[in-house]
Design a binder for this molecule. Sequence first.
Ligand code: HEC
Length: 123
Amino acid sequence: MKKIEWKFSMNLNLKLALIVVGLLSLWGCSTTKPVDQKPDFGKGNKIFNGYCAECHLNADNEAPQLDESDDWDVRKPQWGGVWKDHVKSGFLSMPAKGGHSELTEQDINDALYFMEVKIRSLP
Ligand code: HEC
């Protein structure tokens, strides 16, 4: 009888230990993972006007224009990840970060968010 009790308590301790390890690793994840900040429309507007509009709101430039729905039709399937990669590392005739290497990843996210909202609202 004693043996069974011992076995039972051993299992319980083991379970508790597993739960503690599980919780610790969850806690570890939530504190070490970089938190993805939500994109900010207002900041994106400023960044776009400061760094991107020189090409994307400038009819003299070959870049797709923010106010021209047609310019974006073929590119729309690439919202999000692909665009971000293209802006970060450059794409065909667009230099990386539009030539402004001082921009942070968050700046790019904000600018892309601003563009996406604008483009979605085009007639
Ligand atoms: C020097 C001019 C220039 C600047 C500055 C510039 N771009 Fe571009 N961008 C381009 C050109 C040109 C293209 C089209 C590339 C192509 O398809 O040949 C483009 C394409 C894009 C695309 C579409 C990418 C795709 O996969 O089709 C996005 C999104 C974009 N730019 C965002 C930005 C953002 C955000 C900024 C500001 C941080 C920026 N661009 C600054 C010239 C520029």
